[in-house]
Design a protein around this ligand. Structure first.
Ligand SMILES: NC(=O)c1ccc[n+]([C@@H]2O[C@H](COP(=O)([O-])OP(=O)(O)OC[C@H]3O[C@@H](n4cnc5c(N)ncnc54)[C@H](O)[C@@H]3O)[C@@H](O)[C@H]2O)c1
Ligand SMILES: O=C(O)[C@H]1O[C@H](OP(=O)(O)OP(=O)(O)OC[C@H]2O[C@@H](n3ccc(=O)[nH]c3=O)[C@H](O)[C@@H]2O)[C@H](O)[C@@H](O)[C@@H]1O
Length: 391
């Protein structure tokens, strides 16, 4: 059992963990690991479920209130004998028999967590308290998906786990970042006071298929905008940075943390750091031309023009990278624009994980770079947006 906090290396005295559920000793026990995933119908949760279900010894129970998640994310498992889906709000007590709890339930996109801030705090505080109570009753190990937002608008860069953060306790993001900070406190108090086996992951911005379209997070926003030929909305000043981790890397990190010997908190994220303007340029390069809407130009004198019913209409060509000559016709893909828009209060100016601990204690580091991960979202987004890829 893990016996110290990796946050600053302070030793904590712990009691032995509670006895596992008596079901474990039942002669009918099938040596399956019963795993609860709260928030399992959401973006990261559903990918975690996919991975856990690959192991035939796992039984997976998802509880979700479907605030930001959907059954659709889990459709391939509904009806599977090793899978159960329960509509449940974690702010209410839950009675199930499980060996491990991945506690993810909480809206993650700022638009959603600010929608009903009191509910967000309740989810983080009462929800985590309920899941810790469950862990205590059945002797389960519990992993909390905390966040890099516990570092607030960080004054230390990159952020190691020992950094205590720079968080506004009364701002519009506080329901989420202070909520997660209290959730971490509760985890450690249950660990010290009741000997519960805890794991805390501090997740940094994660992206991948199944992110809600229009949920406001930057990667999903930019991809949806590029595919719809809408301007990419870079919130001011555009020089703020984030570090983006592909979801399969994240799931791998979470499973290693749960299976390992270290309580954490441990940063799990990709240290590749980008300004929002750089991200917009990258999305433009990867998706801007893929939208398929093309302009056809015909040679006209020394230049090119549109053939309209009133004759030729000369146009000035600006973006050579967007042109392709085919059968004497010049095909031009429209430039996806970048539009600067107002930001929201307390937006962190920089964020990049120090993942030394994840590397040393979990043997984990991300495999996919941003340019490798972004194209893996295309099919899913096209399908849900109904935007076909042009040949
Ligand atoms: N995606 C990221 O970049 C990121 C970064 C840091 C931390 N996290 C954390 O990871 C977890 C999952 O994030 P995500 O991106 O998959 O978000 P998500 O919004 O897609 O998933 C959250 C899930 O929790 C469910 N939920 C919300 N409140 C609930 C409640 N009271 N009771 C039961 N279910 C509830 C939602 O319906 C949804 O299915 C969250 O705890 C989030 O704080 C995510
Ligand atoms: O990784 C984390 O710890 C946190 O990261 C995100 O929070 P945030 O970084 O604010 O995520 P986004 O909403 O995707 O914003 C990232 C940046 O993009 C900018 N942005 C967002 C949307 C947009 O259309 N344009 C744009 O420039 C924002 O101003 C911000 O600077 C998640 O939404 C949180 O749940 C998570 O806990």
């Amino acid at each position: 059992m893990a016996n110290n906090s990796s946050n600053g290396g302070e030793k904590t005295t712990t009691k032995p963990p509670p006895q596992p559920s008596p079901l474990r000793n039942s002669k009918f026990f099938q040596s399956n690991m019963r795993i609860l995933v709260t928030g399992g119908a959401g973006f990261i949760g559903s990918h975690l479920v996919d991975k856990l279900m690959e192991n035939k010894k796992n039984e997976v129970i998802v509880v979700d209130n479907f605030f930001t998640g959907s059954k659709d994310n889990l459709r391939k498992w509904i009806g599977h004998p090793r899978f159960e889906l329960i509509r449940h709000d974690v702010t209410e007590p839950l009675l199930v028999e499980v060996d491990q709890i991945y506690h993810l339930a909480c809206p993650a996109s700022p638009i959603f967590y600010k929608y009903n801030p009191v509910k967000t705090i309740k989810t983080n505080v009462i929800g985590t308290l309920n899941m810790l109570g469950l862990a205590k009753r059945v002797g389960a190990r519990i992993l909390l998906t905390s966040t890099s937002e516990v570092y607030g608008d960080p004054l230390v860069h990159p952020q190691p786990e020992s950094y205590w953060g720079n968080v506004n306790p009364i701002g519009v993001r506080s329901c989420y970042d202070e909520g997660k900070r209290v959730a971490e406190t509760l985890m450690f108090d249950y660990h010290r006071q009741h000997g519960i086996e805890i794991r805390i992951a501090r997740i940094f911005n994660t992206y991948g298929p199944r992110m809600n379209i229009d949920d406001g997070r930057v990667v999903s926003n930019f991809i949806a905008q590029a595919l719809r030929d809408e301007p990419l909305t870079v919130q001011l000043p555009g020089t703020q940075t984030r570090s983006f981790c592909y979801v399969s890397d994240m799931v791998d990190g979470l499973i290693r943390l749960m299976g390992g010997e270290h309580s954490g908190p441990i940063n799990i994220g990709n240290p590749g750091e980008f300004t929002m303007l750089e991200l917009a340029e990258t999305v433009k390069e990867e998706f801007g031309l893929a939208s398929g809407k093309q302009d056809q130009l015909h040679r006209w004198g020394w230049g090119w023009g549109h053939l309209t019913k009133y004759g030729m209409h000369k146009i000035v060509i600006k973006h050579e990278s967007r042109m392709k000559l085919a059968g004497g016709i010049l095909l031009i893909n429209p430039e996806v624009e970048i539009k600067k828009v107002e930001n929201t209060p307390d937006d962190p100016r920089q964020r990049k994980p120090d993942i030394t601990k994840a590397k040393e204690l979990l043997g984990w580091e991300p495999k996919l770079k941003l340019r490798e991960g972004l194209p893996l979202m295309e099919e899913d987004f096209r399908l849900r947006l109904g935007v076909a890829k042009k040949k």
